[in-house]
Write a protein that binds this ligand. Structure first.
Ligand SMILES: NC(=O)c1ccc[n+]([C@@H]2O[C@H](COP(=O)([O-])OP(=O)(O)OC[C@H]3O[C@@H](n4cnc5c(N)ncnc54)[C@H](O)[C@@H]3O)[C@@H](O)[C@H]2O)c1
Length: 255
């Protein structure tokens, strides 16, 4: 899809990858971007950066763990060309063995239930307007055999499968759903892995791996949006190795 003149929603756009993607969409000529996050003050800064690139920005404080509010918001605002489902959370402390059921429900709701609800409502609107592109932020943890944060990895594996299961929508109604799998990226989410900042395991991960910058991921998101030769359900993993950004493509079987 040519981004020029298009409308978009970016969730989790108060900082990190979401902010970088919103600013890049604006730089590529998007007409209007709805910025969604729980952090209203930081969203205002993203809006300023988006508008500096010449796009119109609207700011929406929405808690995606509130599924009824999320559905209502997307019914009111979800008629767009591009949806970037990017917001996400980690479990933080305590980890799985000691976490209570409410916290488990919270991470599933933010990372999975809200994303599916938003996608469903956007697909219905895109079908009416003749098509669209939806990008879901997964994680390279969805490719691995395990991860320190069990609930995070479980939710991202669910988003990966959901994305692949949306493959057929491209032929059915011209809605292409794609998966963005960031490797390690230096963003504020890393500071929420422990009780009062970075967990010890995250410090070890950071010490032993190169981190991407948010713009590395945003570039790949633009490719996923722009390249209509991709099949529905295709995904790309992005990592930094030896100072270079590396892409690993996954091409889904069409159903
Ligand atoms: N940073 C990494 O290493 C990494 C790696 C793989 C995947 N990811 C994924 O990338 C996405 C973006 O994360 P990031 O790294 O930019 O971190 P980030 O913390 O900067 O961005 C996540 C955003 O989601 C927002 N958010 C959290 N809960 C929300 C809620 N209930 N309602 C609305 N918004 C909410 C946060 O306020 C934040 O602005 C996430 O889905 C994350 O899981 C990150």
């Amino acid at each position: 899809m040519d981004i020029k003149g298009k409308t978009a929603i970016v969730t989790g756009s108060a900082g990190g990858i979401g902010r970088a993607a919103a600013v890049m969409l604006a730089a590529r000529g998007a007409a209007e971007i709805a910025l969604v996050d729980v952090k209203e003050a930081a969203l205002a800064e993203t809006a300023r950066l988006v508008e500096a690139q010449g796009a119109r920005a609207t700011v929406h404080a929405l808690d995606l763990s509130d599924i009824a509010a999320t559905e209502a918001w997307f019914r009111a605002h979800g008629d767009v060309d591009i949806l970037y489902n990017n917001a996400g959370v980690v479990s933080g402390a305590p980890q799985f063995s000691d976490v209570d059921a409410a916290r488990v429900r919270w991470i599933i709701d933010v990372n999975v239930t809200a994303l599916i609800a938003a996608t469903q409502i956007a697909v219905q609107a895109m079908r009416r307007r003749g098509g669209g592109v939806i990008v879901n932020t997964v994680s390279t943890v969805a490719l691995g055999t395990g991860f320190y944060d069990a609930m995070y990895a479980t939710t991202k594996a669910a988003v990966m499968m959901f994305t692949r299961c949306c493959a057929g929508l491209k032929d059915e109604c011209n809605v292409r759903v794609a998966g963005m799998l960031p490797g390690l990226v230096d963003t504020p989410i890393l500071d929420t892995t422990g009780a009062g900042g970075k967990s010890e395991w995250m410090k070890t991960v950071l010490a032993n791996n190169e981190a991407c910058v948010p713009e590395d991921i945003a570039e790949a998101v633009m490719t996923l949006i722009e390249d209509d030769s991709l099949a529905g359900g295709d995904w790309v993993a992005v990592r930094r190795l030896g100072g270079k950004v590396e892409y690993q493509w996954g091409h889904a079987d069409t159903v």
